[in-house]
Design a protein around this ligand. Structure first.
Ligand SMILES: Nc1ncnc2c1ncn2[C@@H]1O[C@H](COP(=O)(O)OP(=O)(O)OP(=O)(O)O)[C@@H](O)[C@H]1O
Ligand SMILES: CC(C)(CO)[C@@H](O)C(=O)[O-]
Ligand code: BAL
Length: 285
C-alpha cells in the first residue's frame, strides 16, 4: 500500500493503471476510519482491479464555527485499518495542494442541496461537489462508493455525476451501525458516554417510526410527532431537522410510501449526528 500526497503523482498513477487496462474503484473519506468506511473499501476491492482511498478533511465544506479544527485526524491509525482491506493507494493531500493560490472554481448544484443539511450548513454542498469533482479528476476512477448514511450527499453526487456526464458509476452502500444501533461516524468519537447513550435515540426513533409505518401508519405528520417525542426525551438533544422526504427529490411528503425516507440531524451538546431510514424497509436488528 502506497501513500501519495501529490495530486499530480496520484493522477499519473491512475492514468498508468488505466493504460494497462485496469479498473479503479475509489472511496473518498475524511479519515478517522471505522467499519462504515471499511465496508465501502471491501466492496470497492471486489469490484475493480485497483482500490484508492482518499483521506482529506476538506476545509471548504465546513462552515464558520463548525468542527474543522477538531475533526479527528490520524493517518497512521487509518493506514493500519485500511491495509487489510486491500487498498492500493491512500491519497492524502494537504489543503494547499488541493487549493493552491489562485484556485477559483466552484461546482454548485441547485435543488437537491437546498434543504436538510444544505439548509443548516450554508455552503457545505458547494464544498462537497467541488472537492469530489477534483478528487474524481485526480483519481480517475470508473467506480466510486459512498455511504447511505450521508443520504443527501449521495443523491447530490449522483446528480452531479450525471449532469456533468462523468463516466463514473456511483455505488451507494448501506449504513453500518454499532451493535446497539448507533450509526457509525467519525464524529461519535466526540461523544461522552452519557451523550452517546442519548444519541441512541436517533436509531431508536427511526426504528419506532419504521415499525409504525410498516404497521399501516402512513401519515407523515403522525410519524414525525412520534420521532420528536422520542428524541425529546433526551435532555441534551436539539433537533436540527427531522423530515420525511421522497428519496430521489428529497422533497417533503405528507403520505408515506416505499420511496419515503426519514432523515434526522440532531445535536447532542455540540456534536451533530445524522441518520436516516427508508421507512417501509425493516429496520436492521
Ligand atoms: N456508518 C456508515 N455506514 C456506511 N457508510 C458510512 C458510514 N459513515 C460514513 N460513511 C460513508 O463514508 C464516506 C466518508 O464519510 P466521512 O469520512 O465523512 O465519515 P463519517 O464517519 O460520516 O464522518 P462524519 O463524522 O463526518 O459524519 C461517506 O461516503 C459516508 O457516507
Ligand atoms: C465525500 C467527502 C469525502 C468529500 O469531502 C465527504 O463529504 C465525506 O467524507 O462524506
Ligand atoms: N460525511 C459528510 C462530511 C461532513 O460532515 O462534512
Amino acid at each position: 500500500m502506497e501513500i501519495i500526497r501529490c495530486p499530480l503523482q496520484m493522477q499519473q498513477w491512475s492514468l498508468a493503471e488505466r493504460r494497462q487496462g485496469r479498473t479503479i474503484a475509489f472511496v473518498p473519506t475524511m479519515g478517522y476510519l471505522h467499519e462504515g468506511h471499511l465496508s465501502l473499501l471491501r466492496a470497492g476491492r471486489q469490484r475493480a482491479d485497483r482500490l484508492v482511498l482518499s483521506i482529506f478533511v476538506n476545509p471548504t465544506q465546513f462552515g464558520a464555527g463548525e468542527d474543522f479544527d477538531s475533526y479527528p485526524r490520524d493517518l497512521d491509525r487509518d493506514s493500519t485499518l485500511a491495509q487489510p482491506t486491500g487498498v492500493d493507494v491512500i491519497f492524502s493531500p494537504s489543503a494547499p495542494q488541493m487549493y493552491p493560490p489562485g484556485f477559483a472554481t466552484q461546482v454548485h448544484l441547485s435543488g437537491l442541496t437546498e434543504g436538510l443539511c444544505g439548509a443548516s450548513r450554508a455552503g457545505h454542498f458547494d464544498g462537497v461537489t467541488t472537492v469530489v469533482s477534483k478528487l474524481f479528476g485526480i483519481v480517475q476512477p470508473q467506480l466510486a462508493l459512498f455511504g447511505q448514511k450521508d443520504f443527501q450527499q449521495l443523491a447530490v453526487i449522483r446528480q452531479m455525476t450525471s449532469d456533468l456526464n462523468l463516466p463514473i458509476e456511483i455505488v451507494g452502500m448501506p449504513i453500518v451501525r454499532e451493535s446497539d444501533g448507533l450509526a457509525m461516524s467519525s464524529r461519535n468519537s466526540y461523544l461522552t458516554a452519557e451523550l452517546r447513550q442519548q444519541g441512541l435515540s436517533l436509531s431508536d426513533a427511526l426504528r419506532q417510526a419504521s415499525a409504525a409505518a410498516r404497521q399501516g401508519q402512513r401519515d407523515a405528520a403522525v410519524l414525525l410527532d412520534l420521532v420528536h417525542r422520542r428524541i425529546g426525551q433526551e435532555p441534551a438533544a436539539r433537533i436540527d431537522y427531522c423530515e420525511i422526504c421522497q428519496a430521489q427529490t428529497l422533497q417533503p411528503v405528507s403520505q408515506v410510501d416505499a420511496q419515503s425516507v426519514l432523515l434526522l440531524a440532531v445535536y447532542f451538546g455540540t456534536t451533530r449526528l445524522i441518520d436516516n431510514h427508508l421507512l417501509l424497509q425493516p429496520f436492521p436488528a
